[in-house]
Design a protein around this ligand. Structure first.
Ligand SMILES: Nc1ncnc2c1ncn2[C@@H]1O[C@H](COP(=O)(O)OP(=O)(O)OP(=O)(O)O)[C@@H](O)[C@H]1O
Ligand SMILES: [Mg+2]
Length: 480
């Protein structure tokens, strides 16, 4: 229940009564009379709310009797920031005199704990009072207030830069491998194509007949098709197969079998193929024919490598685009799994060696979020989990619906967060990592994104071997 204390009750305090309030103790008689003529006394019963956070700051209040508590919204909860029964305790439009829009709203809610009597003054009167009686103090306070806000903005921008830096570093690292692989494969390909021209010339020198050449080309075609579907062999299977092929080559008097065997193994070349060549080609031509086949297989492998690498590069660029949401509007309903997926993809290099378990509730409805910001949260939480596990363990990503919230858990099997640190880890700059490795900002940034930006909640449950960072995001659009 709200009592509208902004309406003048007509009940006045005397200048003597006002002088007993500590804020007014140094005012002169004239000033006290000015105040007495303008401020009024309002009453509010226990349980009532007299000022509401976020409402336009209309009045300034001082406690005369009773008890009040000041509360601030943190995410979806209200947290008590102060409680007072001290006569003269004040709240409300305290910053009205600062020429700044953000100062024109209540920053806290005031609830009455025990029946209260309040001295109330219009914000406009407070401004007039401050500017005429204490002009210098107004300048100083304004400077302090605006300075504080500027530095908060600067910290905010720095955070964005940090996140951007982390993204760029991750992306460059990830892009580097496939790009290098593609360059290597292309160089290999150039060499093989040269060799093939050379082998073809050699076959021509040997004056092979047209039918034989036709057969070789057919077999090559067949071998390449088989190679594309060749199953991945285990190391043991591969070495057994290599021995078999070496024996076959030896039996057919091919001298450098050790050069060819691994290529035929990788290409899944069948005995049938080899036998067909041996049956069709005269013994003096057989080695050149086999080399030619091997070159064709290698060319094919290199081409697939290039295709794979380039596909990976374009997938990464796609993920980066998703991640930063370069092409999206800021607040929108999205499938939460998309961001998790693109984050994991960008971190692929870092999670190598860990077991990844995904327990995803695909029926989760789209969640209203700032997707790019939320990706920073996933990155920070997954990054922490990876670092905690130091190379081995299980990373679990879990999504589920919990009442009117989406619940996302990032779990690891690392050593856990000791109980006494569980509150501290969310503080800015708290880190247990060596200098240069952790800034201690990851969880602070994540907390602010989840709680302040999305009205959600970020918490931790941890014991050795089982640590869960739990993000809750409301499924209904945030009312600002
Ligand atoms: N999954 C986890 N397991 C164990 N400890 C963790 C985990 N996640 C966070 N912590 C603890 O919380 C601290 C703070 O984490 P936070 O992400 O804020 O900073 P940081 O990882 O140290 O540095 P950075 O700014 O690089 O993220 C960590 O130093 C670590 O001690
Ligand atoms: Mg971190």
């Amino acid at each position: 229940m709200t009592t509208d204390i902004a309406i003048d009750t007509g009940e006045r305090l005397t200048p003597e009564q006002l002088k007993t309030l500590f804020l007014f103790e140094h005012l002169n008689t004239e000033q006290l009379e000015w105040l007495a003529a303008r401020g009024w006394v309002a009453e509010a019963a226990a349980g009532e709310t007299v000022l509401r956070e976020g409402d336009p700051a209309e009045v300034f209040v001082m406690l005369l009797e009773g008890e009040i508590r000041l509360c601030q919204r943190v995410g979806r909860d209200e947290v008590e920031v102060n409680r007072s029964s001290m006569v003269g305790a004040y709240a409300g439009a305290m910053r009205a005199f600062v020429q700044d829009e953000t100062a024109q709203r209540y920053t806290v809610s005031v609830h009455v704990v025990r029946d209260a009597r309040l001295f109330v003054l219009h914000a406009g009167n407070l401004v007039e009072l401050m500017q005429t009686w204490f002009p210098m103090a107004v300048h100083l306070l304004e400077g302090m207030f605006i300075g504080l806000r500027n530095s908060q903005e600067r910290v905010g921008r720095r955070e964005q830069l940090l996140a951007l830096g982390a993204l760029t570093a991750g992306l460059t690292h990830e892009l580097n491998n496939p790009a290098a692989a593609a360059v290597r494969a292309a160089a290999g390909l150039r060499e093989r194509v040269g060799t093939m021209r050379h082998k073809l010339a050699k076959l021509a020198d040997d004056r092979i007949d047209r039918d034989l050449l036709r057969m070789l080309v057919d077999i090559q075609e067949e071998a390449v098709t088989i190679a594309a579907k060749a199953p991945e062999l285990s190391a043991l299977e591969a070495s057994e197969r290599e021995d078999e092929i070496m024996d076959w080559l030896d039996a057919h008097n091919v001298s450098d079998g050790w050069n060819l065997a691994p290529i035929f193994v990788a290409g899944g070349t069948t005995d049938e193929c080899l036998n067909k060549i041996a049956a069709g080609a005269p013994p003096e031509i057989l080695p050149a024919a086999l080399h030619w086949l091997a070159s064709a297989l290698e060319t094919e492998t290199l081409l697939s490598e290039i295709t794979d690498s380039v596909t990976r590069i374009s997938t990464l660029v796609g993920a980066a685009k998703q991640y930063s949401h370069m092409d999206r509007t800021p607040y929108e309903r999205v499938d939460i799994h998309l961001g998790l997926k693109s984050t994991l993809m960008l971190m692929a290099g870092k999670i190598e060696g860990l077991e990844i378990v995904k327990e995803l509730d695909r029926s989760l409805p789209p969640v209203p979020v700032y997707p790019a910001e939320l990706n920073q949260v996933w990155t920070n939480l997954i990054d922490n989990a990876i670092q905690a596990m130091d190379g081995h363990g299980t990373l679990t990503i879990r999504t589920l619906r919990e009442n009117d919230c989406a619940r996302i858990e990032i779990c690891d099997t690392g050593p856990g967060v000791p109980e006494e640190l569980q509150v501290k880890i969310f503080q800015p700059f708290f880190t247990t990592k060596p200098v240069g490795q952790g800034t201690g900002l990851g969880l602070d940034i994540s907390y602010r994104i989840v709680v302040e930006r999305h009205g959600g909640d970020l918490s931790v449950e941890s014991r050795p071997g089982d640590t869960r960072f739990i993000v809750r995001l409301p499924l209904t659009e945030r009312q600002v």
